[in-house]
Design a protein around this ligand. Structure first.
Ligand code: SF4
Length: 247
């Protein structure tokens, strides 16, 4: 069984759109959003995947979601059918933290690749969870977004040294750091040097859920990326669709 997020109560979040961030930005893709996360970022834009009523961990919007309206359990074959109803040749598995459901994801991706062998599968992860051994060989690309101090997570939860080392040595992994202020850049530089992250696999992305905020932060962040030889990514889906589910 997989635990999915919902677009509306009872409706799983499976949709086709353009990938909005990172190395595949702009590519037509199918998305499946899983529920649950092992972290709690104060600016998380998908808090409906984890911040359910009774969870009082800090979040800037102080929102709380009813679990029954925002989660849905489906078996792997049902999820595969929902995904294969779309024709795109790329799949983005996102969350939440999808690697928390690695064994079930291995079953799902096996079914998908049997049905559509050329399907390119990307996983969006916060980088703290090792991929399940049965899943890892099926994944074409990892978009790894380690969470910095400004996320509000305890560093020993958000930055797991053995995982960061493993991602830095995996050519399928692309790092994507969320940046809110120039003060975040020194922390990225420190992680880059400690783990040997290749500059051309290191993206910085402005934090924000409104176009105006992204534009303002992009102006200085792009310059900082250029100076350091890092890559820059915008958040295309926010400009196109706003901060909405199913996009
Ligand atoms: S790791 Fe991602 S899904 Fe989890 S709380 Fe942070 S931003 Fe949200």
């Amino acid at each position: 069984m997989l635990t999915l997020a919902t677009v509306n109560p009872g409706e799983p979040e499976v949709f086709a759109s353009l990938q909005g961030e990172g190395p595949s930005m702009g590519r037509p893709s199918i998305f499946v959003r899983l529920s649950r996360c092992n972290l709690a970022c104060r600016w998380c834009d998908t808090a409906y995947t984890w911040r359910f009523s009774g969870d009082n961990r800090p979040h800037r919007d102080e929102v709380a979601f009813e679990r029954g309206d925002n989660q849905l359990s489906l078996d792997e074959a049902e999820v595969a059918a929902l995904i294969l109803a779309h024709s795109e040749d790329r799949l983005v598995i996102t969350g939440g933290e999808p690697l928390m459901q690695g064994a079930a994801l291995a079953k799902l991706v096996t079914m998908l690749k049997d049905a559509r062998p050329a399907l390119h599968v990307e996983v969006e992860t916060n980088g703290t969870v090792a991929p399940h051994p049965a899943l890892d060989g099926l994944i074409d690309q990892y978009n790894v977004s380690p969470k910095l101090a400004h996320s509000g997570n305890a560093p020993d939860l958000a930055l797991v040294p053995e995982r960061l080392e493993a991602w830095a040595g995996d050519l399928r992994a692309w790092f994507k750091f969320v940046v809110a202020t120039p003060a975040d850049l020194a922390e990225i530089e420190s992680l880059q040097h400690r783990y040997g992250i290749a500059a051309d696999h290191l993206f910085v992305m402005p934090e924000g859920t409104a176009s105006a905020v992204l534009r303002e932060r992009s102006r200085w962040l792009a310059e900082e990326a250029l100076e350091r030889g890092w890559r820059f990514t915008d958040r295309l889906h926010i400009h196109l669709y706003g901060d909405t589910r199913g996009t």
